[in-house]
Design a protein around this ligand. Structure first.
Ligand code: ADP
Ligand code: MG
Length: 333
């Protein structure tokens, strides 16, 4: 059996040129660039709750880091350093090698250094702490939306939730569409470049982890505003149009988690800048509604009628799938 130190040395000790001192000492040392402030976030993934216990380890390495990068993207921060705490039932070298490959591949693409962590025996649990930098005073938060702002979302919605529904046998997709949705579920792409570019453009932002209504609900609550969305404008993952039952499709769009797109608000004067940004990034950015006075979130159909969303808020809507063996949301039930 390899020792804990051998495992760390073999799988989690690549060079970390962006830190003064990385893995191997009692603490890592990093220098925050002049004029920047530190943005820090942590997210935990538990086997059986946030991913299937037999999930493919390389994809899991990607996703564990991706969900954390997504949080920094939503703040407009540039990711720099990560810490990784792992509990493993046994020292499975093949599993660790594949996990580490997926983790480092994504880290490398974003210039993130793994600078430390912790490794223990226990039920499979993965926890990343991500550190990034953002120009002092320029971070995007959930709190800046004003009545009259437009509501925008990046990418396509509902693919990850549809992929999960397919895995659970709740819907049968043709193999090509199923593979596309599995990619959305297993390998989310954090919208880091978008988040950086939205500084000075967006009035508020959040990443889409728990579902559109739930996550937009957090912006509304923190900003003290309401919103009106137009259902027909929601940019649906193409697979949702391929014979998926309407209630499931609607659920995936409004309450499906794990898409890791960004929802943001911006004054109407920013529309041109946002369109140019979509072009530059090759990423759809879609205006889906408007911020209004009050605190209600209304979704209207093509005729302008409000869709039936449970009156008691977004959590109940997001939780309607609680009979599934594990929830879509990384935050758990
Ligand atoms: P300590 O006993 O001081 O907590 P550890 O033995 O837990 O140190 O870890 C030794 C070194 O390896 C530390 O620098 C720690 O940050 C790093 N480390 C431990 N586990 C991981 C991991 N999974 N990924 C990256 N670095 C790790
Ligand atoms: Mg330790």
């Amino acid at each position: 059996m390899p020792s804990e130190f051998e495992l760390i040395a073999r799988h989690f000790s690549r060079a970390s040129p962006g830190a003064r001192l990385g893995v191997g000492d009692d603490a890592a040392l990093c220098t925050v660039s002049t004029g920047m402030e530190l943005a820090v976030s942590t997210d935990m993934l538990l086997a059986g709750r946030h991913f299937l216990p037999d999930a493919e380890p390389e994809a899991l390495g990607h996703k564990t880091l991706a969900v954390n990068l997504s949080d920094l993207a939503a703040m407009g921060a540039r990711p720099r350093w990560a810490l990784l705490a792992i509990a493993l039932p046994q020292a499975d070298e093949d599993w660790l090698a594949a996990f580490s490959l997926g983790f480092y591949a994504l880290a490398g693409r974003y210039g993130v250094d793994l600078i430390g962590g912790d490794t223990t025996r226990g039920p499979l649990t993965l926890c990343v702490t991500i550190l990034g930098e953002v120009e002092a005073g320029q971070a995007l938060t959930r709190a800046g939306s004003r009545p009259g702002d437009d509501v925008w979302v990046s990418g396509r919605l509902g693919g990850a939730a549809l992929g999960l529904a397919h895995l659970q046998g709740r819907v049968k997709l043709d193999p090509r569409l199923a593979a596309e949705c599995r990619l959305r579920l297993d390998r989310p792409e954090p919208r880091v470049a978008l988040g950086r570019a939205l500084r000075g453009v967006a009035s508020a932002a959040i990443d889409l982890s728990d579902g559109l209504l739930a996550d937009l609900g957090h912006i509304l609550e923190r900003s003290g505003v309401g919103a009106e969305l137009e259902f027909a404008r929601l940019p649906a993952e193409p697979a949702l149009a391929a014979g998926v039952p309407e209630d499931l499709a609607r659920h995936c769009l409004l309450a499906g988690g794990d898409d890791y797109e960004l929802i943001f608000t911006a004054p109407p004067a920013q529309e041109g800048a946002i369109a140019a940004l979509a072009q530059r990034l090759g990423l759809p950015l879609t205006r889906i509604g408007r911020i209004v006075e009050g605190q209600a979130l209304t979704v209207r159909d093509a005729q302008g009628r409000p869709l039936a969303i449970p009156a008691h808020g977004f959590d109940h809507f997001a939780d309607q799938n609680d009979n599934r063996p594990w929830p879509i949301s990384r935050h758990g039930p």
